[in-house]
Design a protein around this ligand. Structure first.
Ligand SMILES: Cc1ncc(COP(=O)(O)O)c(C=O)c1O
Length: 379
């Protein structure tokens, strides 16, 4: 008797687990995983403590605590001029993505998705019994080809799964690309699931929520979370917002996945969203400095970084097979990174690229750069 469901095929232990174990064993600086090594704003941590101490420790309502739902709506209005009909709090953006795919896609449907992609996308598309139709972003520009986008939206296409600012490329889609996405969604009558968890981590250009484009608000489910914007990735408080019907489909799935969780952290997330914009500006400024620091360090080490416009990842051309490079890097140099090809179906599209996270303290980045430069990481 097989002990695992067939749909798990290909979704076992990932290179993330392998690289993390390697980093731990060798004491390497782990730039493979994208989480900050400093805490978020004191006000936000204090709000969590206050919520814990004031009895906010039982199940939240299925839709999420009211304060956070209101804060998300206010936020979408204030920052983007959007008026979503409904909002649902989820266990990180990850649960929103999973529940959205399970709730909006039928077995046999196709999901158009930018490749490379965040690793949960392919798993959740498969769990929904759907098929992915990747549109490949190729280095060094990672530009979106509107014709490829159009070609991917065949008769079985039901959903466009969009991510900008984009992990792992660091690309922030410009207005022309966003208009191309919107046009394809409207022409092919697609629902757009828009993952915007890096909405504030933009250093060049601007983040344009797809729901702000003509014809899109009524067909877009916008997803974000508190983790990246407020440096609390371990909290896993996320949300989705949009038209009543789309949010209801996600809610119907979510109620049987986790129902509700993290009540005190939901209260703190509401406090985070209500902080003055200066906090997000400071985060962005800080990360831009770190991006430039790591880009300089990678260049110094003889690698060729592709400076990202957003997120907290830099892809660098390591000039050789990046899977082997990343497997040996912790031992050789005391630094860990992830081969970018693992985010592609078409692994050849980024064979020599490795992804390095720069959401680390400046002294940590400087030490990683020093280790990478001596001895030569390509030796
Ligand atoms: C593109 C993208 N979406 C979603 C997530 C997960 O967000 P959360 O931690 O809120 O579940 C990540 C985290 O790395 C990500 O890179």
């Amino acid at each position: 008797m097989p002990l695992r469901a067939a749909r798990l095929e290909g979704f076992g232990t990932t290179i993330f687990t392998e690289v993390t174990a390697l980093a731990q064993r060798t004491g390497a600086i782990n730039l493979g995983q994208g989480f900050p090594d400093t805490d978020g704003p004191t006000e936000v941590i204090d709000a969590a403590v206050a919520a814990l101490r004031s009895g906010q420790n039982q199940y939240a309502p299925l839709a999420g605590v009211q304060a956070l739902r209101e804060a998300v709506l206010e936020h979408q209005r204030a920052y983007y001029g959007l008026e979503p009909e409904d909002v649902l709090v989820t266990f990180g953006a990850t649960e929103a993505i999973a529940a959205a795919l399970l709730g909006l896609v039928n077995p046999g449907d196709e999901v158009v998705v930018l490749e490379p992609y965040y690793d949960s996308y392919s798993a959740c598309i498969a769990f929904a019994g759907a098929r992915r139709r990747p549109v490949t972003l190729r280095p060094p520009q990672f530009a979106l080809d509107p014709d490829a986008l159009d070609a991917a939206a065949g008769p079985r296409a039901r959903v466009m799964l969009l991510n900008t600012p984009h992990n792992p490329t660091g690309r922030v889609l410009d207005r022309a690309s966003m208009e191309a996405v919107a046009r394809v969604c409207v022409e092919h009558d697609l629902v757009c699931i828009s993952d915007e968890v890096y909405e504030y981590l933009v250093y060049d250009g601007e983040h344009i929520p797809i729901a702000t484009l003509p014809g899109m608000a009524q067909r877009t489910l916008t997803i974000s979370s508190v983790g990246k914007s407020f440096s609390v990735t371990g909290w896993k408080v996320g949300w989705c917002s949009g038209p009543t019907e789309l949010v209801a489909a996600v809610r119907d799935v979510k109620q049987f996945l986790t129902f509700a969780g993290g009540t005190p952290l939901q209260h703190a997330a509401a406090a985070a969203l209500r902080l003055p914009p200066v906090h997000l500006e400071a985060l962005c400024h800080d990360l831009r400095t770190k991006r430039d620091l790591l880009c300089a360090g990678l260049t110094e080490a003889g690698l060729r970084p592709l400076s990202p416009a957003g997120t907290y990842f830099i892809n660098a051309d390591v000039g050789t097979d990046a899977v082997e490079f990343c497997r040996s890097l912790p031992e050789r140099c005391g630094v860990a990174a992830i081969p970018t090809s693992v985010f592609y179906d078409d692994a050849d599209a980024a064979r020599t690229l490795a992804r390095f996270a720069f959401c680390k303290r400046e002294d940590v980045i400087a030490e990683a750069a020093r280790r990478l430069a001596a001895p030569s990481p390509t030796s």
